[in-house]
Design a protein around this ligand. Structure first.
Ligand code: SAM
Length: 219
């Protein structure tokens, strides 16, 4: 999602009390940002933020961080957060490429990827957020027992994502190719902006949940 350039967006983000200006400076200390030290959950590519805001409102016992690459998109999150003032939610305008610069080993408990950009050209496969390149980064920052939840209506991207798991430190603990008609996996589902748009067109939503293989082996 890349919206038209919004004049002043960068300045608004720089001045907002809800954004983290130097994420790498907080590496290993993210909980110092919040009122209470609690598990940290991350959404990467948070878009306009509806998903993470609803989650944060429903789960005050979790601290949430939304990472979004583009100022023109993130600014929409900040407009809503200015009204909601959710104490357990902060945003980073940043790139998931730098995840291991931002977070210490094991600092995150859960990662959400929602309707990630498909990067359809093969030469761009490494940029796909569920690729093995990114799964390695997620493995570094996730705590023991950490999980990844990924949703998309793009079946080609989803099939690629499922294949990539085989090359990673993760295992699929649950999967569906039609989330909204899967009563178990759909329980408590929060729709993202893209999910609402594409399911309204009749597209089925795919979802997997990953857990780290080494954690499974220890059971
Ligand atoms: N998650 C939202 C939803 O489901 O409605 C937005 C989906 S949109 C297709 C993907 C979002 O991920 C865009 O806002 C894009 O800017 C962001 N994004 C893509 N690559 C990213 C990266 N490497 N780091 C952070 N954000 C990224």
């Amino acid at each position: 999602m890349r919206l038209r350039n919004i004049p002043g967006a960068r300045e608004t983000i720089a001045e907002s009390p809800w954004t983290v200006k130097e994420p790498a400076a907080l590496k290993g200390h993210w909980n110092s940002l919040f009122e209470k030290p609690q598990p940290l959950h991350l959404e990467i590519g948070t878009g306009k933020g509806r998903f993470i805001m609803q989650l944060a409102a429903e789960h005050p016992e979790i601290n949430y961080i939304g990472i979004e690459k583009y100022s023109s998109v993130l600014i929409r999150c900040l407009e809503k957060q200015d009204q909601l003032q959710l104490a357990n939610l902060r945003f980073v305008r940043g790139d998931a490429e730098l995840l291991t610069d931002y977070f210490a080993e094991g600092e995150i408990s859960k990662i959400y990827l929602n309707f990630s950009d498909p990067w359809p050209k093969e030469r761009h496969a490494r940029r796909r957020l569920p690729s093995r390149t990114f799964l390695q980064k997620y493995d570094t920052v996730l705590a023991e027992g950490g999980t990844i939840e990924f949703k998309t209506d793009n079946r080609v991207l989803f099939d690629f994502a499922v294949e990539e798991v085989g090359e990673s430190a993760f295992e699929i603990s649950a999967v569906t190719y039609d989330l909204h008609h899967d009563p178990v996996m759909n329980e408590g589902n929060i729709m993202t902006e893209y999910e609402e748009r594409f399911s309204a067109k009749g597209n089925a939503i795919n979802k997997y949940i990953l857990v780290r293989r080494k954690n499974l082996d220890q059971k």
